[in-house]
Design a protein around this ligand. Structure first.
Ligand code: ATP
Ligand code: MG
Length: 392
């Protein structure tokens, strides 16, 4: 029955010039999301509304599923499109719609006609009351409630006629592409994919970096991160993932520095490299999956020590989340099952038995002096030899 969707989006903060940027980005993201869905879809913008019109047979659930991953959409309204063949035909179509959509008629309703086609020979008010009357005649159990109806039956009269009543909630947020780009430090864990999702939700395009340490971390660990990037890209759009070989740096730190400081020092170099790649690729911030107190390297002192090497803002959207709250999002966005696959993580290979939990920045910097001979060259090499893959 449905052959189109009216896309609703929040309009707060998108007045004036920004509105076009917002709508353009939204249309682009909708097209991207619908690409893998079978069927042909025309995404159109008319008179401040966005419609997705199916040009052929399509799978309703799959289409709605794809639209539910497009940030910026607040509601998805399945629409029946009818030809304008006079009021009698319209009354029949509206009655048939009501009958089919709501088998149980014990409800309240309101008809809401919008007449975008000004040549239509009836005013909106007239059409409202006439259609309402026809529905009451056809289904005597129905009742009108103009204030809080169970069913808001919308009828938009344009060149054709659009009938809809249901609003399926969208994900909210802003369309990706309306808020610049940031570099996600993506590991194989639960937290960083969630962090990337949350920042993408605010309209930020995601670029990602993964540090791997072959042969200490396997190809499968790397593949898991690629898989996670792909899962996040279902929401964010294509992600360019930079894969940095971190082995040499990690071994060098291991050889030169106190082992209880390894994790912190390693994390500082990860941030440095991420920032360098981020600068080259137009990113304006870094994103991590850190949460206060979760592990030794995420005490507030450790976070301060890690943060100290960055000049870009570091976005940590799960900073105040408990693990379970992060897991809940991971389950919702379908990254959880992949994240819990048991592959070694480059952070965990060289961890000390008793890592410092309250690192002293001066002590860390003194330890890093022992790296000065080779570290700069190693950083350069790591950045220059990084592989990049685009996932979507
Ligand atoms: P996650 O579940 O995201 O792996 P975590 O709880 O395991 O997080 P850590 O391993 O301490 O925490 O890492 C903290 C953050 O540092 C991660 O959320 C991620 O953003 C980044 N990170 C850690 N390891 C890597 C890696 N190998 N490659 C890229 N980023 C990493
Ligand atoms: Mg981790």
């Amino acid at each position: 029955m449905f052959t189109a969707f009216l896309i609703k989006y929040a309009e707060i903060g998108i007045k004036g010039k920004n509105r076009y940027l917002f709508e353009d980005a939204l249309v682009r993201q909708i097209r991207f999301a619908l690409k893998p869905v079978e069927g042909e879809f025309d995404v159109t913008r008319e008179q401040g509304r966005i419609y997705v019109i199916a040009g052929s047979a399509f799978d309703f659930d799959e289409t709605v599923g794809a639209l539910k991953r497009v940030f910026g959409i607040s509601g998805i309204c399945p629409v029946v499109i009818a030809e304008d063949e006079g009021f009698e035909k319209l009354a029949q179509d509206v009655t048939a719609y009501m009958d089919c959509q709501y088998p149980d008629k014990n409800r309240t309703f309101k008809v809401n006609v919008r007449r975008a086609k000004k040549s239509y020979p009836m005013s909106s008010m007239e059409a409202n009351s006439e259609l309402g009357g026809r529905l009451l005649d056809a289904f005597p159990e129905l009742k009108v409630d103009v204030h809080k109806p169970d069913i808001m039956l919308n009828v938009e009269i344009r060149n054709r006629i659009y009938i809809y009543s249901d609003i399926i909630p969208g994900p909210g947020g802003m369309p990706v592409g309306t808020n610049g780009k940031a570099m996600l430090l993506l590991s194989g864990g639960i937290d960083s994919p969630v962090a990337g999702y949350m920042i993408a939700k605010r309209g930020v395009q995601i670029e990602a970096v993964y540090f791997h340490a072959p042969p200490y971390t396997s190809e499968r660990a790397k593949q898991k991160v690629i898989d996670l990037a792909r899962l996040v890209s279902r929401y964010s759009g294509p992600i360019r993932l930079h894969i940095v070989n971190f082995t040499e740096i990690q071994l060098y730190i291991y050889d030169q520095c106190p082992h209880d400081e390894l994790t912190i020092i390693m994390r500082r170099y990860m941030m440095k490299i991420a920032e360098r790649i981020g600068k080259e690729t137009g990113c304006l911030g870094l994103i991590t999956g850190e949460s206060i107190g979760q592990v030794a390297s995420q005490t507030i002192q450790s976070l301060a020590a890690t943060n100290e090497v960055c000049t870009m803002p570091v976005f940590r959207p799960v900073i105040g989340f408990d693990k379970q709250e992060i897991v809940d999002v991971a389950l919702k966005i379908d990254t959880y099952e992949t994240s819990i696959q048991p592959f070694e993580d480059c952070c965990t290979i060289f961890v000390a038995k008793h890592p410092v939990t309250k690192p002293n920045l001066n002590a860390i910097k003194r330890s890093e002096v022992k790296l000065q001979e080779k570290i700069e060259e190693m950083l350069e090499t790591a950045v220059n030899t990084a592989d990049a893959v685009t996932v979507s």
